[in-house]
Design a protein around this ligand. Structure first.
Ligand code: ADP
Ligand code: MG
Length: 394
């Protein structure tokens, strides 16, 4: 499948090429043609599967064929739950539409509204907004809705969890009757379905099941952190969350020994498990880890291959594994027999390529969580999916 076969024209496909998007993701393949037909749509797919482009691309295609906006008018409205998302989605609109003559803007609360009002005066083709600020500015007549052609409710589940239902209903009630409604969500809960009933009529429904590589009873997340802060972060996580148990994967024997001593300095008792220790000791360590006598085992990937522990509650990738399949294998150790498990990765900037490969293998991004005091000085960029390494590492 290619983007042009989905019905997108060359200024858009060229922008995607320049961004390194080689082919559409599953949700994009299914949603874009439906949206291009002008139909209402309800689409659910996991976080990180490319939902943004699924609605932005058809919107750009549609608006590119119409007329430009008038003063204080907008032609497409994307409602999102948070300020961060508003900024992020608007920047995607700008990226995907960089060869088009369309305008976009983001409005959200928590900042001075004057520049946002100023921005709306000229009219905007694609407006990305959080509900509260949008209603505020609408009330002040800084923006009018009568020319809106498309409404997107992005991250609908999250907006409902955040209590935006009334605001959303107010917005919907003020839009023209014939707008095309697109609803995107990570999940299709009953709450989302109820909302869909009011907003979306005769909608085409697309629901994409989570990739088999990511079992649903395993919670996967990552924390971006500077390399030299990893051991402090791990100690913090262990103490703060009072982890009962963790199998911690690390790349080298030497690294394992060093980490154990770093943890020890912070009063955390861990054991190193690697090929440099005798078979008898390793067997004893495993037995003790299984019985709970040892809570934290720092293991090299190679040595840990044979470890078979049922219902391991947690694995930590202190170093990201290579190749990507190894990641899937590691997380598969947790959450066995339907028990809940979590897989946490500590990711520094130098792990970026590896992260891209893993997320491409999974077919979605891994949720990122921030830990106060450990926000990296060297941020880790957001991966693109379908990443193909230029030179495979050994
Ligand atoms: P979602 O909204 O489903 O959580 P996003 O739209 O934010 O996901 O996309 C996740 C990541 O995947 C972004 O970094 C985006 O640039 C990238 N991405 C989206 N579509 C493609 C594609 N077709 N090829 C490569 N990368 C893509
Ligand atoms: Mg999204």
């Amino acid at each position: 499948m290619t983007f042009s076969k989905l019905g997108l024209s060359s200024p858009i496909t060229r922008a995607l090429e320049e961004l390194g998007y080689q082919k559409p993701t599953t949700i994009q393949t299914k949603a874009i043609p439906v949206a291009l037909e002008g139909r209402d749509l309800i689409a659910a797919a996991q976080t990180g599967t490319g939902k943004t482009a699924s609605f932005v691309l058809p919107i750009l295609e549609k608006l590119n064929q119409g007329e430009t906006q008038r003063k204080k008018r907008i032609r497409a409205l994307v409602v999102v739950p948070t300020r961060e998302l508003a900024i992020q989605v608007e920047s995607k609109v700008a990226d995907y539409g960089k060869h088009l003559n369309l305008t976009s803007a983001a409005i959200f609360g928590g900042v001075d509204e004057k520049p946002q009002k100023q921005r709306l005066i000229e009219g905007v083709d694609v407006l990305v907004a959080t509900p509260g600020r949008l209603i505020d500015l609408y009330g002040q007549r800084a923006v009018y809705f009568e020319e809106v052609e498309v409404l997107v409710l992005d991250e609908a589940d999250r907006m409902l969890d955040m209590g935006f239902i009334e605001d959303i209903n107010k917005i919907i009630a003020r839009l023209p009757e014939d707008v095309q409604n697109l609803l995107f969500s990570a999940t299709l809960s009953n709450k989302v379905r109820d909302l869909a009933k009011t907003a979306v009529h005769n909608a085409f429904e697309i629901s994409i099941a989570a990739n088999a590589a990511s079992k649903s009873n395993i919670e996967q997340w990552l924390i971006t952190v500077d390399k030299d802060k990893k051991s402090a972060l791990l100690s913090h996580l262990i103490k703060e969350n009072q982890w009962d148990q963790a199998l911690i994967f690390i790349e080298t024997k030497h690294g394992a020994a060093k980490l154990v001593s770093q943890l020890e300095k912070r009063d955390i008792k861990a054991e190193a498990f690697h090929s440099g220790r005798s078979q008898a000791i390793r067997e004893q360590l495993l037995a003790d880890f299984k019985s709970g006598k040892i809570q934290y085992l720092v293991a090299t990937g190679v040595a840990a291959r044979g470890i078979d522990i049922d219902e391991l509650s947690r694995v930590v990738n202190y170093d990201l594994p290579f190749p990507a399949d190894e990641y899937v294998h590691r997380i598969g150790r947790t959450g066995r027999a339907d028990a809940k498990g979590e897989a946490i990765s500590l990711v520094s900037k130098d792990n970026f390529k590896n992260l891209c490969m893993i997320e491409s293998r999974l077919g979605h991004l891994i949720e990122r969580r921030e830990v106060e005091g450990f926000v990296p000085n060297k941020p880790v960029p957001i991966s693109i999916l379908n990443y193909v390494p230029k030179h495979k590492r050994q």
